[in-house]
Ligand binder design. Structure first.
Ligand SMILES: [Zn+2]
Length: 108
């Protein structure tokens, strides 16, 4: 594998000090830890694959979804369902921190 073929990981900045957090029922530290752990794992898997490996796309998609979750945390929209604008339950977010849909909308 040539170094020039190595996928470039997206830049991620986790800053728990942002004061735009609006959901007081969520354990932000826990969720950020989950996101960071998943990100590190997926990045390690991605970087261990040869360029062009079909599994790269799946790992890259995970990294994108984690970046999107971090952006929603930064923007203060994290935990709001994309479909119905209702709150996503804290229990669901702790299990699936990258989700953008509440349980009801995800089932439809
Ligand atoms: Zn919903």
């Amino acid at each position: 594998m040539s170094p020039t073929q190595t996928p470039v990981p997206p830049t991620v900045a986790i800053d728990p000090s942002v004061d735009r957090w609006t959901r007081t029922d969520l354990d932000l530290d826990f969720i950020l830890t989950q996101l960071r752990g998943t990100f590190d794992g997926k990045l390690e898997q991605l970087m261990s694959l040869p360029s062009g490996d079909p599994a790269c796309a799946g790992h890259a998609a995970w990294l994108d979804s984690i970046n999107a979750a971090l952006q929603r945390i930064h923007d203060g929209t994290y935990g709001t369902c994309d479909v119905c604008d209702g709150p996503i339950s804290a229990a669901r977010l702790e299990v699936v921190p990258t989700t953008t849909r509440c349980v009801g909308c995800n089932a439809t």
